[in-house]
Design a protein around this ligand. Sequence first.
Ligand code: PLP
Length: 419
Amino acid sequence: MSITTSNKSLSENRAGSIAAGVASINPNYVASAQGALITDVEGNQFIDFAGGIAVMNVGHSHPRVVAAIKAQAEKFTHTCFMVNPYESAVRLAAKLAAITPGDFAKRSVFLNSGAEAVENAVKIARYYTKRPAVIVFENAYHGRTLLTMTMTSKVKPYKFGFGPFAPEVYRMPFGDTVGPEALGDFFVKQVNPEAVACVVAEPVQGEGGFICPPEGYFQELSRICKDNGILFVADEIQSGMGRTGKMFAIEHWDVEPDLITVAKSLAAGMPLAAVVGRTEIMDAVHPWGLGGTYGGNPVACEAALAVLEAFEEEGLLEKAQTLGNKMKARFEQWQAQFAVVDEIRGLGAMLGITLVKDGAPSAEAAQQMVQSCREKGLIILACGMQGNVLRILAPFVITDEQLEKGLAIMEEGLAAFSN
Ligand SMILES: Cc1ncc(COP(=O)(O)O)c(C=O)c1O
């Protein structure tokens, strides 16, 4: 099989080699990426409003991250922290303890993917509480492993055909539809609170449609958890690392979770995830009870340290806030202007718009937008239970010009629905 470098030939070769279950939104094969720009193998350029699904908050090929990766790769790429430990993982854990909410002692465990972090948060919560059950929410997305797929809410494409699922996962409506007091009823009708190890929530639901609960929801939810000896786990895998204008989205509500899961933008594309939590909970697990071959890989840890340095030294949180404000102002114009735009959702630079046709959610409109934007040089993603939410996860380093160009492409696409 010969591989040549046109998008078409690569697509053909791919069909004969990559499993059909792994799909791609865009048929353009990447040659390079910088900041908020992706260039394909034919030299076509795309403004990136997707960030590889919330991974590139600091931007593609950030110079600090690239330098850190190169320097570490020249020293060593793997020893396994469980065999021969190294300093970067220790430094990163200390940094994570300092930047995550809660002025108390914390410990971290490093893993490779978001799903693995969520799995480990549940393992730790079960170990500490000696309870089996996990409460999750409607619209939740936590990953694709057996446990996290079970915890995920959407059937197609994530769960369809992949059962049987893991036991002891209970799902309740999220804060957008019912208040946290619904937990009282849930404890009567669904699960004994004394059997619940943890409640796992995305502070802003990601794949489920950029859904924020109302003010006061998480404060009350975490209080109910505390009253019942249940751990509160914030899944910040998509909403974290500055995306909502604060380092972690749960900070918007002044809640201090017992455990936090982080991944995606933590290491700007190097596979790295973490569970960060209260020391007494994290340290309850016996030695060798947690870990994995690659967890806390040294190249990934150095990349993450460079990401955190970029946040500190380049005002990335402020950039995220400014980006969010600009997008929100434009989305509000669209909402007034275009019948197809219904709600504006999200927080900070984690913003989305819902699309409707004839008063009903329209996945078709969202798909048309994704495609028409791509044809004009903009990568955007759709999400949501009905597939009708266009979500923006642009790198914070996007230039004003790139942002304006991207928004103009979206605007043109939305205007076409009114013609
Ligand atoms: C909130 C949340 N949790 C968990 C995951 C799973 O992360 P990964 O794909 O790295 O396993 C995702 C991925 O989209 C996510 O958005």
